[in-house]
Write a protein that binds this ligand. Structure first.
Ligand code: ADP
Length: 767
C-alpha cells in the first residue's frame, strides 16, 4: 500500500503510544497535509542519523509504524505540531516518485506473529516481564507506584510489553529494536535484555554514587585538617619536608634492594622534596615512599633446616593431621637435599575448626619463618589483591604486598585463608589476580598497581585453606596441592582436648597446671552433649567457659583445685544441648535410618513412610531440598517398574497415596544420598515388611535401581556408630574411600558394599 511518510529524528513511535512532535521540514509538512486529505494515516519511520536533512531510503530504518494523526496545530514560523497514535508495524519497500512529499510503498505485518506459543509459555513470559520490572522498580525509586500497579495488573503479554517499551526511558535506538522485533518471542527477548541491562546499570550507578559521596566527604575533611595544619606549622615556623626527605634518603642507603628499585625510590624522594608540604600530593608521595622503603626487597630470614626439630614442633602443637605434617617434612627434606627448591603451594581443605589455620602457624614456627595471614573471605574486588593505582584517592597496596610488608621479609609463610569464599564481580576477576600470585612462572615479578615496580613473591611459602573444593575456581585449584583435612572422631577430639585445648585455655584464663582437671567421662559428655561440629572450635570454647568459671571459683572461694566430672558438668555448662538420635529398639515397617552429611559433620536421619488410600500421589514433608524430592521420585519410579517382583498389585499405585516424612528438621538436609533410604522405606511400607532397626544406609539411587557413590563416608559412618547402628549399607563405588575410616569407627560396625537396591533390601529387610 501507499502512504505519505515522515522521517522522524531521534524518536521512535511504538504501537499504542500517543505522542506529539513538531514538523518543520517542508516535505514533511506536505506529507501531513496530504494524509489529512485522506484517511489521516501516516507512515512514520526513524532516520538512522539525526543530522541528515534529506534522508534517502538507505538512511532510514526498514521498519516503521503506521500512525493515526489525531490533531494538527499550526504554529508560527512554518512549524506544525501533530498528535499521533501508533497503530501497527509496517516495512518500507521503496519510495514512489512524488514531487511534494515522501510517498512510501509499505507492507503491513498481518498481525503479531505469536510463534505458536502456548498459554503456559505466554503466562511464564508475562510473569518474567512483571518480575523483572519489579526488580527494575526496586532500584529505580522514581518509578511511580501507579506504573508498578498497572504492570502487575496487565494480563496481556503483548500489551504489557508495548506499555513498558513506551513508558520506560529507553533510547530511540533501543525502541527501534523493539519495533523491529516482530514476533512475541523476539520482542520478549529484546525487552528483557533492556530491562536487565537497565537494572545492572542502575545498581552500578547507585554503588558509585555512594562511593563518590564517601570520598568527597573524606576529601573535604582532609582538606580542612590540612589547612589547619598549615597554619599551625607556619605559626611554629617549621616545615618537615626537608628533614623527612633526608631521613628517607638515609633509610634508602640501608635498604637491601635492586638498583632499579633504589633508583625509583630516589626519584620519588627528590620529587617529594619539591612538592609543597601542604598539598595532598605530598601525602600521597610520602605514603608511597614509606611503603616502598618498608617492603622487604632482598631481605630474607634464615629458615631452620633441622627436620627432627620441625617434626618435634609439629607434633607438639597438633594431634593427628598426619598427612599435613608428613608433607611438610618431605618438603623440608627435599629442600635440604637440593639446596633450593620452589616452595609448594598447599591447600588445606576441610570443615571449620579442624586446625587448618593453626597447623599453618605451627609450620611457620617449625621452619622459623615469619607468618602472615591474609583473609580472602568476602574479597570481591580485584584491587584488594592487586592494589589501587596511586593516583586514586586513598590508594593502598593490595593485600599480598601489605602482607609482605608486615612480614618484613621476602620469604614468609603466607596463609591465604578461606580461598573458596572469594568472589568476583564487575570490579574485576579476583581469581585471576590470585592466579598470578600463585603461578611460579609469573610470581617472581608480581605487579601491584600501587607499588608499580615488580615484587618478587617466588620465595613466599603459600598455604591456602578452604572449606570445600567445589567453590575454588578450577585454574586456581590446578596450581595447588590439595591436602584434605577430615573431621575428627570423638576419640580424636578427646585426645585433642586433653593434650592441647585444655592446657591452652587454662593458660589463657590464668590457671596453673593442676588447678583444673576434667575427667575423661566429663570430656566425653561435653563432646557429645554440648558440641556438634566437625572440628573442635566449639569444644575449645566450652573448655574456655569451664576454665573461666573455675578461675572465678578459685579466686572467690579460695579453692585449691576444681575437678570437673560427669556429674557436675551441668553446673558449668548448663543443660546438655544435643542428643544423638539413637537407633530404634524394634524393627518397624516403613521406618528406615539414613545417613546425612552436613556442615557440622555426619548425622543420622530417620525416614518414615505411610501408605493410605488415595489416588497414587506422592507427598513429601519435613525439611528437605529439591534434590531430595527428585530422588524420592526416582526411587518410586524404580519400585513401580519392578512391582511384579515384589508382588505389588497393578492397582496399588492408583488406589493409594504415599507420604514420606523426614522428622528432626533442625538441620536442612539436601542431596541425593538419601535415595536408597527413601526407596527402602517405601518398599517396606508398600509390602509390609519390617526393616531392621540396627541398619543404616546411604547412597544415591538411579531409575534402574543402581546405587551411586556418595561423599563424606567418614562422617557418615561415624554418625552411624554413635547412633548404635550395627550394619551400614554403602555404595560399592565408595569402597576406595574405606581407608579414610579409622579402625576406631570400623570396630563393631559392619560395612556392606552394595551395587543395587535388591542387595540393600537383602540386608535391611528383617527376616
Ligand atoms: P580452621 O582453620 O580449620 O577453621 P583452626 O585452625 O582455627 O581451624 O582451629 C580451631 C582451634 O582448634 C584452634 O585453636 C586449634 O589450635 C585447635 N585444633 C584444631 N585441630 C587440632 C589438633 N589436631 N590438635 C590440636 N589443636 C587443634
Amino acid at each position: 500500500m501507499k502512504m505519505p511518510a515522515v522521517a522522524l529524528r531521534g524518536m521512535v513511535i511504538l504501537p499504542g503510544m500517543i505522542a506529539h512532535f513538531d514538523v518543520s521540514r517542508e516535505k514533511s509538512i506536505k506529507a501531513v497535509e496530504a494524509c489529512m486529505m485522506e484517511e489521516q494515516k501516516i507512515f512514520l519511520v526513524t532516520q538512522r542519523d539525526v543530522e541528515q536533512e534529506e534522508p534517502a531510503l538507505e538512511d532510514l530504518y526498514k521498519i516503521g509504524i503506521i500512525a493515526e494523526v489525531k490533531q494538527v496545530i499550526k504554529l508560527q514560523n512554518h512549524i506544525v505540531r501533530i498528535l499521533v497514535e501508533g497503530k501497527e508495524r509496517a516495512e518500507i519497500n521503496t519510495f514512489l516518485d512524488h514531487p511534494e512529499y515522501l510517498l512510501a510503498e509499505i507492507v503491513r505485518f498481518d498481525e503479531t506473529v505469536d510463534d505458536g506459543l502456548t498459554e503456559e509459555v505466554k503466562t511464564a513470559m508475562l510473569r518474567g516481564v512483571q518480575e523483572t520490572f519489579e526488580r527494575y522498580g526496586a532500584v529505580n525509586p522514581r518509578m511511580g507506584k501507579e506504573m508498578l500497579r498497572q504492570v502487575k495488573e496487565t494480563a496481556d503479554l503483548e500489551k504489557l510489553m508495548d506499555m513498558l517499551a513506551n513508558n520506560l526511558p529507553f533510547r530511540y535506538e533501543e525502541k527501534q529494536k523493539m519495533l523491529e522485533a516482530v514476533s512475541l518471542t523476539e520482542r520478549y527477548e529484546v525487552l528483557m535484555a533492556l530491562l536487565l541491562k537497565e537494572i545492572e546499570i542502575t545498581a552500578i550507578k547507585n554503588e558509585f554514587q555512594v562511593k563518590v559521596k564517601q570520598r568527597v566527604d573524606k576529601n573535604q575533611k582532609e582538606y580542612l585538617l590540612r589547612e589547619q595544619m598549615k597554619v599551625i606549622r607556619e605559626e611554629l615556623g617549621e616545615d618537615n619536608t626537608e628533614s623527612d626527605a633526608d631521613s628517607y634518603l638515609e633509610d634508602l642507603k640501608k635498604l637491601e634492594a635492586d638498583k632499579e628499585i633504589k633508583e625509583k625510590i630516589k626519584k620519588e624522594i627528590s620529587r617529594f622534596k619539591n612538592i609543597s608540604a601542604s598539598s595532598s600530593e605530598s601525602a600521597v608521595s610520602r605514603g608511597y615512599i614509606e611503603t616502598l622503603l618498608e617492603l622487604p626487597w632482598d631481605k630474607a630470614s634464615r629458615d631452620n633446616r633441622d627436620i627432627k626439630n620441625a617434626e618435634k614442633i609439629l607434633n607438639e602443637d597438633h594431634y593427628g593431621l598426619e598427612k599435613v605434617k608428613e608433607r611438610m617434612l618431605e618438603f623440608l627434606a627435599v629442600r635440604n637435599l637440593t639446596k633450593k627448591g620452589q616452595s609448594p603451594i598447599i591447600c588445606l581443605v576441610g570443615p571449620p575448626g579442624t586446625g587448618k589455620t593453626s597447623i599453618a602457624r605451627s609450620v611457620a614456627r617449625a621452619l622459623d619463618k615469619k607468618y602472615v595471614r591474609i583473609s580472602l573471605g568476602g574479597v570481591r574486588d580485584e584491587a584488594e589483591i592487586r592494589g589501587h593505582r596511586k593516583t586514586y584517592v586513598g590508594a593502598m597496596p593490595g593485600r599480598i604486598v601489605n602482607g609482605l610488608r608486615s612480614a618484613g621479609v621476602k620469604n614468609p609463610l603466607m596463609l591465604l585463608d578461606e580461598i573458596d569464599k572469594m568472589s568476583s564481580d564487575y570490579r574485576g576477576d579476583t581469581a585471576s589476580a590470585l592466579l598470578e600470585v600463585l603461578d611460579s612462572e609469573q610470581n617472581s615479578k608480581f605487579r601491584d598497581h600501587y607499588v608499580e615496580v615488580p615484587v618478587d613473591l617466588s620465595e613466599v611459602f603459600f598455604i591456602a585453606t578452604a572449606n570445600s573444593l567445589q567453590d575454588i575456581p578450577r585454574p586456581l585449584l590446578d596450581r595447588m596441592e590439595v591436602i584434605e583435612v577430615t573431621s575428627y572422631t570423638e576419640n580424636e577430639k578427646a585426645h585433642i582436648a586433653k593434650e592441647h585445648l585444655l592446657a591452652k585455655q587454662m593458660e589463657k584464663n590464668g590457671l596453673k597446671s593442676g588447678q583444673l582437671s576434667v575427667s575423661d567421662k566429663a570430656l566425653a559428655k561435653i563432646i557429645r552433649g554440648y558440641t556438634r561440629e566437625a572440628g573442635v572450635r566449639n569444644l575449645e570454647r566450652k573448655l574456655g567457659e569451664i576454665a573461666r568459671k573455675a578461675a572465678r571459683d578459685i579466686y572467690e572461694n579460695d579453692k585449691k583445685k576444681v575437678k570437673v566430672t560427669e556429674q557436675n558438668v551441668e553446673k558449668y555448662l548448663g543443660k546438655e544441648k544435643y542428643s544423638f538420635d539413637l537407633k530404634n529398639d524394634t524393627d518397624e515397617i516403613g521406618i528406615v535410618r539414613g545417613l546425612a552429611w552436613t556442615s557440622v559433620g555426619g548425622d543420622t536421619l530417620e525416614i518414615e513412610v505411610n501408605i493410605m488410600p488415595g489416588k497414587g500421589e506422592i507427598q513429601l514433608t519435613g525439611q528437605l531440598g529439591d534434590v531430595m524430592k527428585e530422588s524420592a521420585q526416582a526411587g518410586l519410579s524404580y519400585i513401580r517398574s519392578v512391582s511384579n517382583e515384589y508382588q505389588i498389585s497393578k492397582k496399588f499405585f492408583q488406589e493409594n497415596d504415599i507420604h514420606i516424612h523426614i522428622p528432626e528438621g533442625a538441620v536442612p538436609k539436601d542431596g541425593p544420598s538419601a535415595g536408597i533410604t527413601m526407596a527402602t522405606a517405601m518398599l517396606s511400607a508398600i509390602t509390609g515388611t519390617p526393616v531392621r532397626a540396627d541398619v543404616a544406609m546411604t547412597g544415591e539411587i538411579t531409575l534402574r535401581g543402581r546405587v551411586l557413590p556418595i561423599g563424606g563416608l567418614k562422617e557418615k559412618t561415624l554418625a552411624a556408630k554413635n547412633a548404635g547402628i550395627k550394619t551400614v549399607c554403602v555404595p560399592k563405588k565408595n569402597e576406595k574411600d574405606i581407608d579414610e575410616i579409622s579402625e576406631e569407627i570400623k570396630k563393631g560396625l559392619e560395612i556392606v558394599f552394595v551395587e543395587n537396591l535388591s542387595q540393600v533390601l537383602e540386608v535391611a529387610f528383617a527376616k
